[in-house]
Write a new protein. Structure first.
Length: 221
């Protein structure tokens, strides 16, 4: 085991959306409510987030001044090794400013500033042979010690092999060492899905835990 990024930053971060429950819940919360688009079932899709805004376990996360809808997102992520395959898995918190995200994505691009201010990875990188072969592990999110999410990581509609193949497709070098691939948010793995408006505020401590990997802790300031 080691820290995902003891030195430097990942060359890229691709974040997928592989959990049907998450996308279905999120789209039901949109105005107007929307169904899962048929193309989502056909191909795994991702966005690139900012490798210059990566935080580690224990780091403080500054809430952007222009958001009041700060969200956590509980994800499993892998770091690519020299052979183009996952060197190990870790926890990923894809922090999201939902009000900024909704506004900018109405244009047809994004997410952009709704996402690129903070992505947390940690606490350690665990090799695949130390985890269940199906990667079905209990996943919990707590805010100030209160359990907000209690689910599992195994219910992916698109499997990890499909995510890696899509990430490498049409790229000259394929996947290269150090790149990060996120699973996307697990079902019920963010405040948006809960629909209770209990957004993160300064002083909140967010703990994301995945069985076999540990706990990723960050405080909002």
């Amino acid at each position: 085991m080691r820290r995902p990024y003891p030195d430097g930053r990942p060359p890229s971060i691709r974040d997928f959306m592989a959990f049907e429950e998450h996308i279905a819940n999120a789209r039901k919360r949109s105005r107007p409510p929307r169904e899962v688009p048929p193309v989502w079932y056909e191909i795994p899709v991702f966005y690139f987030t900012n490798p210059g805004s990566v935080f580690s376990d224990g780091d403080e996360i500054r809430r952007p001044a222009d958001t009041v809808q700060l969200d956590y997102e509980l994800e499993l992520a892998c770091v690519i090794g020299a052979d183009g395959r996952p060197e190990g898995f870790t926890i990923m918190n894809d922090f999201s400013a939902r009000d900024l995200q909704a506004r900018e994505m109405s244009v047809g691009l994004g997410p952009a500033k709704g996402k690129d201010f903070a992505t947390a990875l940690g606490p350690v990188l665990v090799s695949p042979d130390e985890l269940p072969a199906d990667l079905d592990m209990r996943a919990i999110a707590r805010v100030n010690g209160e359990v907000r999410t209690d689910t599992r990581t195994g219910a992916m509609h698109h499997a990890w092999d499909a995510l890696l193949a899509e990430a490498a497709r049409n790229t000259p070098a394929g996947l290269t060492a150090g790149e990060v691939i996120g699973s996307g948010t697990v079902g019920r793995g963010c405040i948006l899905e809960h629909g209770d408006g209990r957004w993160l505020v300064p002083g909140d401590e967010v703990e994301l835990e995945i069985e076999g990997i540990g706990v990723l802790r960050n405080r909002i300031v």
